[in-house]
Design a protein around this ligand. Structure first.
Ligand code: GLU
Length: 366
């Protein structure tokens, strides 16, 4: 669960990107990087192993100007954590820069294909294959950036959120997602766009957001509405949401670590969860969100809770409560095992999935 941040508009991109990377630090990462593009087409890429502050030190004496930029915190899946493997990755012709969250499952065959076409690779990541593939398609089929990204993604299997910039077009960024989250923030009159892995790096600039769906590619071009296509090249109507997020509740709030904050948050969280639901005077519990499933829940013969990590432990507590009060058997399973088994699920079974982030890949797959 690493992070992507991007900006295109009239402000300096770098400060927005670095602040955004800090806001995504809670997701965990091993290296960080940024690509900055100026209106005249000059592209500068800086990356560093370790913390975002290492990247900040690296660029102290460097040119960080430019109103377009993409930035990344990496959690290595292919290739060790290193400066070379950190994102952004740049295409062989030096024109494209790309950041990617996720895994390109068929990268090995794509790499062999591209090598046969004369491409060489600097990193050992799966991601570099994608940026070279986009260049190959641009060169071979004379496609514009968005067309080349759609064509490339049609050949890719895997999970991704990506952002690509092109030196030749310093007025647009193309982003896409499949199984890794991506949120787009829209500035006034489409004079600027923000995007990130979650809304945190965006909320202080705009509350107008589009949550991209799987298999969607969006073109962010200055001065025009967001254009979204699916991988069959069909137009998708962008659904703009007004998002109301309280930044204080999402930041470290004066604590040194998110874990410490979460520990101290517990009493308030529990009170918030119970407020309006636990009605002691009426001796009633109201769970309106699950009301529509009431009949099925009442008919349940067994509950299967699937989750990972802390959520799995929460599931174990849930098992105690459900079995004690409902006398209905409960099994608690690791989502990462459940997804690859052929579990026996019968008509009276109710499966409950728990994910703190809502993004836990194994739980979603399960
Ligand atoms: N698979 C890519 C890599 O290893 C991206 C990892 C990530 O999501 O940060 O570089």
């Amino acid at each position: 669960m690493c992070g992507i941040v991007g900006y295109i508009g009239y402000r300096e991109a770098y400060p927005i990107l670095v602040k955004g990377l800090h806001r995504l630090e809670y997701r965990g990462y091993d290296s960080a990087g940024v690509a900055l593009l100026k209106k005249d087409g000059e592209l500068n890429v800086y990356k560093e192993k370790g913390k975002v502050c290492n990247l900040e030190q690296l660029v102290e004496s460097k040119d960080t100007s430019g109103e377009i930029g993409i930035a990344h915190t990496r959690w290595a899946t292919h290739g060790e954590p290193s400066r070379l493997n950190a994102h952004p990755h740049v295409s062989q012709n030096g024109k494209l820069a790309l950041v990617h969250n996720g895994i390109i499952e068929n990268y090995a065959s794509l790499k062999t294909f591209l090598e046969s076409k004369g491409f060489t690779f600097k990193s050992s990541t799966d991601t570099e294959v994608l940026v070279q593939l986009i260049q190959f398609i641009q060169d071979e089929y004379n496609k514009d950036l968005e067309g080349a990204v759609v064509s490339a993604l049609r050949r890719v299997t895997g999970a991704y959120a990506i952002a690509v910039i092109d030196k030749d077009f310093p007025d647009k960024i193309v982003v896409a997602r499949n199984s890794s989250p991506l949120v787009i923030g829209i500035g006034e009159d489409y004079k600027e766009f923000f995007f990130a892995s979650d809304a945190l790096p965006i909320v202080e600039y705009t509350n107008q957001m589009i949550y991209l769906n799987d298999g969607e590619v969006a073109l962010l071009k200055l001065g025009q509405k967001v254009e979204i296509h699916n991988l069959d090249n069909e137009d998708i109507d962008p659904k703009i949401k007004e998002v109301d997020i309280n930044l204080d509740s999402l930041e470290k709030g004066g604590y040194d670590h998110f874990m410490l904050k979460e520990i101290y948050d517990q009493p308030r969280c529990i009170a918030d969860c119970m407020r309006g639901r636990l009605l002691p005077k009426e001796k009633r519990i109201v769970l309106s969100a699950i009301n529509q499933h009431r009949e099925k829940l009442l008919r349940a013969k067994r509950f299967i809770i699937v989750a990972c990590g802390t959520s799995w432990h929460a599931g174990l507590i849930g098992k105690q409560f459900i079995e004690q009060w409902c006398q209905i058997p409960v099994e608690v399973e690791y989502a990462s095992e459940f997804r690859y088994r052929k579990p026996v699920i019968m008509s009276g079974d109710v499966v409950i999935a728990i994910s703190q982030s809502g993004e836990t890949a194994d739980t979603l797959a399960a």
